[in-house]
Ligand binder design. Structure first.
Ligand code: CA
Length: 605
């Protein structure tokens, strides 16, 4: 659950008579709006706030939420009423209160007295949960006024009930079942009195974090005149798995697994058994060990909505191959075959079930991204080792006097068996996407930015890069390279290597997928938006890996150079040693020809 609350004095008043409670640990939230002359309003709202809070916190869990909240309101009313009677100045003070108490992650109780309100945002639509306790509202309910007349009525702000007028309060209590992603808004009339319902709905449904939604709501009231104190609390219930994810986990995973024969047939046609990675294996064995294993890893990841199986598979495959001295061309070729296999399965599923095909496309694209990232991460790890070797060899080299490294090293890092060059099979283009998909992409990126930790600079830059790629309607690979260059920056050999970059790319992926789930949008729109973002993300990984490859080449050439120099030095030292030994023998012979050389060992000179 995410929650934020804020209060503002407004543009007209000098004191803030609103008060609020935000106690996420107890699931208690409330907004109170005090009234009464001589600043008694803030006394009333604060006293009621403190009473309700301590009443609920002390008895939390000892009785049903509805009864607890009602009793807390009674206690507040009694306390405010007593305080009002104790002082002439405070006579007649009172307060509204609207409170929400969670009974579980998906169940809440709303209680209110007066005209502070609770709203629910569900599926992008806002609805009001409370009925104002005002005189005109009562008249509307009795059919004596139309809602329009009520809105313009001179006494529209006169309350028919409040906390403090009497020792006991008449509280309206309702219970509410919540869904994942629902948002609750508690507010004083200083908000809804100065902002249109449509604009409340828009801001509340923006998908932004509650902190920024609360800030924007208050800004809305201030722009609308800010004639009253304004207080708002935004509560977002825990995200449950969206139905699209459920579909993928169940029907999607099964549909995928049912077509494993198609996957393997495509792998056979594409020549997987001939790939050197599986050389020496019987073709059936090769297909089982590699194609079927990946197909199964994707299946398990679909079932559990994770990427861990594909990640492990890719690492094992690449790790084993590299350990055997394998090259990256073969690995690249195999990854491309996997891509073809996945597409043939997805085409088949899409032909029979358009929606499911789309949803699975996203999930499987994710699996392929995971595989690329896993291998990219291994590359980065190896590059870091190369960096470290280079640094130590460079240091050793520097201590030797004035020996210049030869510049014509034959072997370059790019030809070494470690680099998977990634390739994307689909162009990044959003030009054919409908407007709602583009809007979903835009909102996702906005939410993702809001969710990025303040100091995660690389993640922020990766998001910017992806955004630049998805909004570019012409969408071509050059944009990915430009974006990757910006992200990669100019890196020298340093302690960190490029691993943080791949970690940031991974984190970027996690943040964007989490953000898109927050949108109040059709699952299919989400799926299509995520597909565009996924493809852009994949392309960015490819471009970054390409740059790593490019950047690694001179380092590794230098590493080879240094190794060659070291070998050369060793030979020279050996030759010098031999010359010295010869010289020693000659001198020793000259000094004492009677001593047989060899029995004296080396001579100190
Ligand atoms: Ca007010």
């Amino acid at each position: 659950m995410r929650v934020a609350g804020a209060s503002n004095v407004g543009r007209v008043r000098s004191t803030n008579e609103d008060a609020y409670i935000v106690e996420p640990g107890f699931g208690l939230f409330a907004v109170l709006d005090g009234m009464g002359g001589a600043n008694a309003g803030d006394v009333a709202s604060q006293l009621a706030r403190d009473t309700i809070r301590s009443f609920v916190l002390e008895r939390h869990g000892t009785m049903p939420a509805a009864a607890l909240l009602d009793a807390a309101f009674q206690a507040a009313s009694s306390a405010v009423c007593a305080a009002a009677q104790a002082s002439q100045e405070r006579h007649g003070m009172g307060t509204t209160a609207v409170a929400c108490l969670f009974e579980g992650p998906k169940r809440a109780v709303i209680a209110h007295v007066g005209d502070s309100r609770a709203y629910l945002l569900r599926d992008g639509m806002v609805q009001i949960l409370t009925r104002d306790h005002t005189v005109v509202e009562e008249l509307v309910n009795r059919g004596m006024l139309t809602p329009d007349e009520a809105a313009r009525h001179a006494y529209k702000n006169v309350l028919s009930r409040n906390i403090g007028a009497r020792p006991e309060a008449r509280v309206d209590v309702r219970e509410l079942d919540l869904q994942g992603g629902d948002r609750l808004l508690l507010c004083s009339d200083g908000l809804y009195g100065y902002a249109a319902l449509e604009s409340l709905q828009y801001v509340l449904g923006s998908g932004d974090a509650p902190e920024s939604v609360t800030r924007d709501l208050i800004e809305l009231a201030l722009r609308g005149g800010g004639g009253d104190n304004v207080t708002a609390i935004v509560i977002e219930t825990a995200q449950v798995l969206p139905s699209a994810t459920q579909v993928v986990r169940t029907r999607g995973a099964i549909a995928w697994w049912q077509r494993r024969n198609r996957f393997i047939a495509t792998a056979t046609d594409a020549g997987l058994p001939r790939n050197p990675i599986v050389r020496g294996l019987d073709p059936h064995e090769a297909l089982d060990l590699v194609a079927l294993s990946l197909c199964q890893a994707v299946f398990h990841d679909l079932e559990k909505s994770t990427g861990v199986n594909v990640w492990t598979f890719a690492q094992n495959l690449a790790g084993g191959w590299f350990d055997r001295g394998g090259g990256w061309f073969e690995l690249r070729a195999m990854l491309d075959i996997f891509g073809q296999c996945a597409r043939s399965v997805l085409d088949e599923i899409r032909a029979s079930d358009h929606h499911l095909g789309y949803l699975l496309d996203v999930a499987v694209t994710r699996a392929l991204v995971v595989a690329e990232l896993a291998i990219g991460g291994m590359l980065a790890e190896q590059l870091r080792e190369v960096d470290a070797n280079l640094i130590s060899l460079q240091a050793a080299d520097d201590t030797e006097d004035g020996v210049d490294a030869p510049r014509d090293s034959a072997e370059r890092f790019g030809e070494r068996p470690t680099i998977p060059v990634m390739r994307v099979d689909r162009p990044v283009t959003s030009s054919n996407e409908p407007i709602e998909v583009l809007s979903a992409i835009e909102r996702t990126m906005a939410v993702a930015r809001a969710r990025t930790p303040p100091r995660a600079d690389l993640v922020k830059r990766a998001l910017t890069a992806i955004e630049a790629m998805v909004v570019e309607s012409a969408g071509n690979y050059a944009i990915a390279v430009i974006a990757a260059r910006d992200l990669y920056g100019v890196r020298s050999v340093d302690d960190a290597g490029v691993t943080p970059l791949f970690e940031a790319l991974e984190q970027t992926w996690a943040i964007t997928t989490a953000s898109i789930n927050q949108l109040q949008t059709q699952p299919l729109t989400k799926a299509r938006a995520l597909r565009v973002i996924s493809t852009a993300h994949q392309q960015l990984c490819v471009a970054v890996t390409g740059l790593v490859l490019e950047a690694a080449a001179p380092y590794s050439a230098r590493l080879q150079d240094v190794r060659a120099v070291t070998a050369q030095l060793r030979e020279e030292v050996e030759r010098v040693e031999q010359r010295r030994a010869t010289l020693e023998r000659k001198i020793a012979d000259a000094i004492d020809p009677n001593l047989p050389w060899g029995s004296r060992g080396t001579t100190e000179w």
